[in-house]
Design a binder for this molecule. Structure first.
Ligand code: HEM
Length: 182
């Protein structure tokens, strides 16, 4: 398997899950819908950022956005949801990269989501801080793809499996209705 095919395998192997996630998030055509999205993003990112904290020296580290999402919730006058739990696992460099693919890739979609948030009057200094931050660094994704290139082909399946698991964690959170989170 060539390097670019790991990225293709990740995209192809998670595209159905991404579509499900996209449907769960919906369009957020008003501030209420947007606030629901930010509550879930905060819940997801806080749990996952904690689970992936303490990256080994020299490895790709998570760019945290949970605090910015919390700030967005405060702007919007909306409470945080209760903390979620991520199933524990022994992270290997490869499974960590699979999980990171989901977090890093979400920044690509953030540009589109930022435009939707702006249409609701939100911006980098009010309500859409976490999206503005994610959308601001276009070099980061390129750097991450470079890291994916270093994964030996016999480990590609492990990376993909971890990415699918992390999409599963996201789906569980974004699909919940308000009363299920309590
Ligand atoms: C309504 C919500 C969402 C929309 C509309 C959306 C939209 C998009 C779009 C347009 C891209 C491709 C961008 C490009 O190629 O330039 C993308 C990529 C991606 N998104 Fe989302 N996204 C959403 C939510 C999420 C969430 C919540 C996650 C993860 C928690 C996520 C993970 C990813 C990943 C991993 C990629 C990279 C796919 C690749 O390898 O190219 N997305 N998204």
């Amino acid at each position: 398997m060539t390097v670019s095919s790991l990225r293709s395998a990740l995209r192809d192997g998670t595209s159905a899950l991404h579509l499900e996630l996209d449907n769960a998030v919906g369009e957020f055509g008003d501030r209420l819908g947007y606030a629901d999205f930010v509550q879930k993003t905060h819940r997801f990112r806080l749990a996952v950022e904690q689970a992936l904290a303490g990256a080994p020296e020299g490895s790709w580290a998570v760019e945290p956005i949970a605090d910015l999402a919390a700030h967005d919730l405060a702007d919007l006058g909306v409470p945080k949801l209760p903390e979620a739990e991520v199933p524990s696992r022994d992270w290997t460099p490869e499974s960590r990269l699979g999980a990171l693919y989901v977090l890093e890739g979400s920044a690509l979609g953030a540009r589109l989501l930022m435009r939707r948030a702006q249409a609701l009057g939100l911006h980098a200094d009010f309500g859409a801080r976490h999206l503005a931050h994610q959308a601001s660094d276009s070099q980061r994704w390129r750097g991450f793809l470079g890291v994916l290139e270093s994964v030996p082909s016999d480990m590609h399946a492990t990376v993909l499996s971890a990415a699918r698991d992390m999409f599963g964690v996201a789906l569980a959170i974004y699909s919940e209705t308000a009363h299920e989170c309590a």
